[in-house]
Design a protein around this ligand. Structure first.
Ligand code: SAM
Ligand code: SF4
Ligand code: SF4
Length: 349
């Protein structure tokens, strides 16, 4: 049985979207706020002191998140990733992790964080059942890091977070770096130098045109092919098989056995054909694409007594109607842009 067939067999009813894709991953934004202002995600000029973030009643409660996760497991979801904003700013996050990991059918629960609060929470997160963390860290150069975090610094805290996460057993730890030409592309080899041979997997992400406010320009994107050539010239690389179907990162191993490096190339090599992800915003809107202009608001339905069956019908219909493939038609989509896209901090990466 192929991996795809195996996945279908596990998804009752074999729910598929209009392009034949199953629902397998759910990314949950547990917090819209962040203690950074990375210019590519939450630029300061928009997300300033008086920006109105969600109030605590506007965010989904843990019970509401768990209820939706349970329903989505019935439609095929097997993997959960908690994200944000900065997820570790959500009070008592470990309680939610405990509840999510206990859901029957969930095979993997991970977290994406900027790492600043990770040293404090790593052991608690592991004890609550979290399996893995991904830490976003764009550069080891303190000045570059400062610029890319929007002036917040926090490099030492993020590195301490990675170390503590390793001690707590939250591995394999992945480090995600967004690469922007002229900003941090000259520091990618340093990042690899530091983590090669440690078991930490560095992955380079092409700078994406998420949201409406990050001043994206195509010429600031460093194509993964270009990075691959530069890295391969320093440390010979060989392609590795995807760890599972639908894996977004292309993997390469260092031929000297010092681990691997990944590339997430959604601009130059889109992977919409295998995209099995849905995203739940902190205020309970379910999106079927990172670049969506609209999602399905669920919070009011949850709060006005909708039954599980009603919710399941709505969720099934949403997935069946899905045809998203933004990255495959970025050029046309941007040219036709009228509709506003959802912001990344709001639905998570
Ligand atoms: N605050 C957490 C963090 O930074 O890891 C979680 C949320 S953040 C939105 C999730 C991921 O999205 C991060 O790895 C971040 O680098 C990535 N991201 C944000 N804006 C991006 C952009 N314009 N292009 C590519 N990746 C982006
Ligand atoms: Fe915050 Fe993460 Fe966005 Fe940076 S990428 S502003 S850390 S949510
Ligand atoms: Fe999935 Fe949308 Fe990204 Fe394509 S553009 S891979 S459909 S999230």
């Amino acid at each position: 049985m192929s991996v795809r067939d195996a996945l279908t067999a596990r998804a009752p009813g074999g729910l598929r979207d209009r392009r034949g894709r199953m629902l397998h991953d759910l990314r949950i934004s547990v917090m819209d706020r962040c203690n950074f202002r990375c210019p590519y995600c939450m630029p300061r000029e928009t997300f300033h002191e008086t920006y109105r973030f969600l109030g605590s009643r506007e965010r989904l409660s843990f019970d509401e998140i768990v209820r939706l996760a349970r329903l989505l497991v019935r439609l095929g979801v097997r993997k959960l990733r908690l994200t944000g904003g900065e997820p570790l700013l959500r009070p008592n996050l470990t309680d939610l992790i405990g509840d999510l990991t206990a859901i029957e059918g969930i095979e993997d629960v991970a977290l994406t964080t900027n790492g600043t609060l990770l040293a404090k929470y790593a052991f608690e997160l592991r004890a609550a059942g979290l399996q893995r963390v991904t830490v976003s860290l764009d550069s080891l150069d303190p000045q570059v890091f400062m610029r890319m975090s929007g002036g917040f610094g926090g490099l030492e805290e993020a590195l301490a977070g990675i170390e503590q996460a390793a001690r707590a057993g939250l591995g394999p730890i992945k480090v995600n770096a967004v690469v922007q030409r002229g900003v941090n592309d000259h520091t990618v080899l340093d990042l690899l130098e530091r983590f090669r041979g440690t078991g930490v997997i560095v992955r380079f992400i092409e700078y994406m045109d998420v949201g409406n406010r990050n001043h994206w320009r195509r010429d600031a994107v460093v194509p993964s092919r270009e990075l691959l050539a530069r890295i391969g010239a320093r440390w010979p690389l060989e392609p590795l098989q995807p760890a599972y179907r639908g894996e977004v990162a292309e993997r390469y191993g260092f031929t000297d056995g010092a681990g691997e490096v990944g590339f997430i190339s959604s601009v130059t090599q889109p992977f919409c054909g295998d995209c099995t992800r849905a995203r739940l915003s902190s205020d309970g809107v379910l999106y079927t694409c990172l670049f969506a202009t609209q999602g399905m608001p669920l919070r009011d339905r949850l709060r006005s007594g909708a039954s599980d069956e009603d919710l399941l019908d709505a969720l099934r219909a949403l997935w069946r109607a899905r045809a998203d493939n933004y990255s495959e038609q970025r050029q046309e989509a941007r040219a036709a842009e009228g509709a506003r896209k959802v912001e990344m901090f709001y639905i998570g990466g």
